[in-house]
Write a protein that binds this ligand. Structure first.
Ligand code: GLC
Length: 726
């Protein structure tokens, strides 16, 4: 029996009750008919299960945040983490995980960038598909968020995003569309912000025209918490489930509107059916962790940890962190010799209390944490000496950590510099404070904390090789110490296994597997949107259009600190014999093949990246756009013939003038390389004009209005200009 079959038996009041939650984390049950409620739970990189007692959380595995997970460029690994998250959700009794977040990193300033995979929509969609596939394979639903264009935290519940249709579809909706088509997430969460002046929760073009009618999505749309401002408008627009519950207040509005004839009951039925369909899809897990008498604040017992899969998941978290760590600079100092006699100075409070995640609803209470200090001390013994270096405020483990009474900032720095001066190599672990990587707030600059910058500058001036390890959820600037550092390793916010991962990579037990999924700019002034951020008078104009991230820096040919896709291995790779074959011109099916050889002396991994350029297009297009990649691991001297296939929309753009995805006939430049700016080979191919065969025209020709403001997107959808298209 399917719960959807209950729909005809439900009263109007019962149906209306399904359109909002029961409390903070549950859907409404209908005991009369045996309909259970299901539990929704944050967050994207670990279960934050609340016990209802003052925000006390049940411990669970803190995996790498989505920004770090994306830096692995490893679909199978991301899928594995998704599956592990699903298993933990089932063990907790959670049926729908409120993640992944797939918003585009429009500006490095956004406080929630740690929760989002990339500045690139194609990579973001790729990561989302792998994650959702893994999670839902465990019988637990994914709730992909925040739909759409939630790219800043400043004024997030009111700001209106002003973006043209092409920008929205190509950049800000693309990852949602891909995950809907390729992984069918059981839910989507609408964002807080407005688009074109209308709240996303009541945006009919977004929630019905695009999501249902064009993409064919039949899952549930959940509101972000308290994102509903006009209940009836949200029901009409296509929102199904308002969270959290309103103790029946808005249910009554729905009943009254239907009875008054101002809301058609079919709209209520449509939303109620989707909620019933969701209850059908989720398979209630054992929920054994909390069912076994867990008391708020307890540590987990051995049997509860076993039920959670804690040991195996911690090992997975460490493996994923190792694959995420991104070595952006190495003059030869790394890897350190684990068996040599070098005296190593480890400096920085974040080595003792590592940054593993960001702040806000995504927070997790980890089962346990590897720290760089413990892991390196275990490996190096008394060769290692530690100095705090700078004051560390709060822990991001979400447990009360009363900061130890520390000496003054000056004294901490002096002690660290003195230790460094009498050492053979220095490893300084720095990073952003929790408040800089948190929901509900944005940064105002890209710098590391001033005391850390001052300390790094002093350390860089010593005649001792300096390795800088940076733990931040988004890009930071590196002046003035960068050129004085012998190596720079970026950890991102890599979860509870980060300490072991840092030791594995620094000591050469593992190759650093990460590649940048966002550009590291030289300065904030270079970034797209810097001038208008965070908007004014309630509006933020996306004037840069599709030119976000590397698309922006490449269009301006602007120097950057480290480009999108960059990351070093401990070995080197050669690319030979690139072939780009057009397999089916009409469908745009193209096969790229290249031989990659490990030309160094150690095993290592390489991410072969494929970019497409359309230099003679009728519209401004980015110089190149990522459209495929493959990660290979090769022994020293080993070679592999790597294949990356392109198809359909990989050559297209959204032509808002004619309302469709379009591939203009002509030449395309297919480039292959180790980053967006380290391109090793390219080829020019010809393809005919054509649309994207997989989706209908966005708006049939005869419906195109002709007198509207070009391409503004209001709740009735984009205004067409009716421009004739050759
Ligand atoms: C928050 C976040 C959302 C989260 C939800 C529930 O405001 O925006 O990502 O899942 O509320 O905590």
């Amino acid at each position: 029996m399917s719960f959807v079959d209950l729909l005809p038996e439900l009263s109007l009041a019962e149906k209306a009750s399904l359109l909002s939650g029961d409390g903070d984390w549950w859907t409404q049950a209908v005991p009369r008919l045996g309909l259970p409620s299901i539990e929704l739970g944050d967050g994207p990189h670990g279960l934050r299960t609340e016990t209802g007692v003052d925000m006390v959380w049940v411990p669970s595995t803190c995996f790498p945040t989505l920004s770090a997970l994306a830096a692995t460029w490893d679909r199978e690994l991301v899928r594995e983490v998704g599956a592990a998250l699903g298993a933990e959700a089932a063990a907790m009794g959670v049926h729908l995980v409120l993640g992944p977040g797939v918003n585009i990193k429009r500006t490095p300033l956004c406080g929630r960038n740690f929760e989002y995979p990339s500045e690139d929509p194609w990579l973001t969609g790729d990561v989302a598909v792998a994650y959702v596939t893994g999670l839902q394979g465990a019988g637990v639903g994914a709730c992909v968020k925040h739909f759409a264009a939630n790219n800043q935290e400043t004024d997030r519940t009111r700001i209106s995003v002003e973006a043209d249709e092409r920008t929205l579809r190509e950049l800000y909706l693309a990852a949602f569309e891909r995950v809907v088509h390729e992984a069918d997430p059981w839910a989507l969460m609408c964002s807080y912000n407005r688009i074109g002046g209308t709240y996303a929760s009541a945006h009919r073009w977004l929630l019905t025209t695009v999501l249902r009618e064009e993409w064919g999505y039949d899952g549930v749309v959940v509101s972000d918490w308290d994102a509903v401002h006009d209940k009836l408008a949200t029901v009409r627009a296509g929102l199904d489930l308002e969270m959290p519950g309103t103790q029946g207040r808005t249910d009554a509005q729905v009943v009254q509107a239907v009875q008054a004839g101002t809301l058609d009951e079919s709209e209520v039925d449509r939303a109620a059916r989707r909620v019933l369909h969701l209850v059908d899809r989720v398979r209630p897990g054992p929920g054994v962790v909390r069912a076994s008498g867990y008391r708020p604040g307890d540590e987990l017992t051995a049997s509860q940890l076993a039920a959670l899969g804690a040991d195996a998941h911690h090992a997975l978290a460490r493996r994923a962190a190792t694959s995420a760590l991104t070595l952006v600079r190495n003059t030869g100092v790394l890897p350190l010799d684990p068996h040599g006699s070098q005296r190593v100075a480890l400096i920085g409070g974040y080595a003792r209390l590592p940054r593993i995640q960001g702040g806000g609803s995504a927070g997790v209470r980890p089962t346990w944490v590897d720290t760089p200090l413990e892991a390196l001390r275990a490996a190096l013994g008394d060769r290692l000496a530690f100095a705090e270096g700078y004051p560390v405020g709060e822990s991001d483990y979400y447990q009360e950590q009363v900061p130890a009474a520390l000496p003054s900032v000056g004294q901490l720095a002096d002690e660290a510099v003195a230790l460094a001066a009498r050492s053979d190599v220095v490893v300084a672990v720095v990073g952003l404070p929790l408040a800089a990587d948190s929901e509900a707030a944005d940064r105002t600059d890209l710098a590391l904390p001033a005391d850390q910058v001052a300390l790094l500058t002093r350390l860089a001036a010593l005649d001792v090789p300096l390795v800088v390890v940076v733990s931040a959820g988004a890009a930071v600037t590196m002046d003035p110490w960068h050129d004085g550092a012998a190596a720079v390793l970026l950890t991102g916010l890599a979860g509870q296994g980060v300490g072991g991962a840092v030791a594995d990579v620094l000591l050469g037990a593992a190759d650093p597997g990460g590649r940048l999924t966002e550009t590291y700019p030289l300065s904030l002034a270079d970034t797209p949107g810097a001038i208008g951020f965070p908007g004014e008078r309630g509006h933020i104009v996306y004037g840069e259009g599709v030119f976000v991230g590397y698309r922006w820096y490449d269009a301006l040919d602007r120097a950057v600190r480290y480009p999108f896709g960059h990351g070093l291995s401990y070995t080197t790779f050669a690319y030979d014999d690139l072939r780009v074959d057009v397999l089916d011109a009409a469908a745009g099916r193209v096969r790229c093949t290249v031989t990659v050889t490990n030309t160094g002396s150690r095993r290592g991994s390489e991410v072969v990246q494929v970019y497409v350029g359309d230099p003679l297009s009728a519209v401004h297009r980015p110089v190149r756009e990522l459209k495929g990649y493959a990660k290979v691991t090769l022994e020293a001297g080993g070679s592999e013939r790597v294949v990356v296939d392109l198809a359909g929309r990989d050559f297209s753009y959204v032509d808002a003038a004619c309302g469709r995805w379009r591939r203009e006939g002509g030449q395309f430049v297919v480039s292959i390389g180790s980053s967006s700016r380290d391109l090793r080979a390219s080829a020019v191919i010809e393809l005919p004009d054509g649309g994207d065969a997989t989706v209908p025209a966005l708006v049939p020709d005869e419906e195109m209005p002709t007198d509207a403001v070009p391409w503004a997107v209001g709740t009735d959808g984009p205004a067409r200009t009716g421009v004739a298209v050759p």
